[in-house]
Design a protein around this ligand. Sequence first.
Ligand SMILES: [Fe+2]
Length: 265
Amino acid sequence: MAKSFAGPVARDTRYMSISPVNTDLSASLADALAATITPTATDAAMIDRLLGDLRNLSCQPGSLSASDPQFGDLPASVSRYLPSLAAAMPPTPAATALRPCLDRVDWYQIFDGDDIPGNLATGLVAGQIIGGRGLLTSGDLYLGLFLLAPHVTYPLHQHASLEIYHVLSGAVSIRHGRAKPAQRIQAGGHSVTPPHQVHELQTDDEACLIAYIWTGDLTGENWWWEEQPDGSWDRVCWQRQADSSWKVTHREPLSPAEIARSGDQ
Ligand SMILES: [Fe+2]
């Protein structure tokens, strides 16, 4: 029977017998990303840090495999958009290195809860390559894939880690501050977000596949900024869970000190 795109589908088991991931994968991914990404004058030092941390990372083989019962069903957004995104990836060194991971990662929904729009809950999914839920495990750096469905807004948020997004296919707009213009990033492009910098991602008519790296302070807090009906702003803490999904734990008024260090202005 043909797979339905209307909801989660059973995972394809063709890859169940694949050999373990080589723990040298981190170094080869660092080389591939370095050969693909063109740094700018403002982000070159941060990219050196990100790729240096990746190159020198010590990883262990991941504990999850597609034969494990806890390996989740494939999210509907992946079955619907990943085939065309993968087919459209420009043949860069990074895309070539990451392509074998597309079918092997444990794709999962990142955010859930009554407070977020349904298209954000189902339209923003991740597959970790290195991390607590990755093909390789590490507590020192996370690397993986984001898939954003069309018309998804990942609202303004901030975290303590240094982050890079490298667009593998499709396009996304990234905004670094409430009043700042969004920057459109096409396949092959990238955006670096310094620690605590507030940022937002948005897709329009096309989906987007992104490779991300988090390094530095991996504190499991992700603060979303929310404008209140009276015009004031709160920030809401999403806490990383053991399965690398996120849950809301608390909120607080957005302080002038937090705004000052967020790069918002
Ligand atoms: Fe981020």
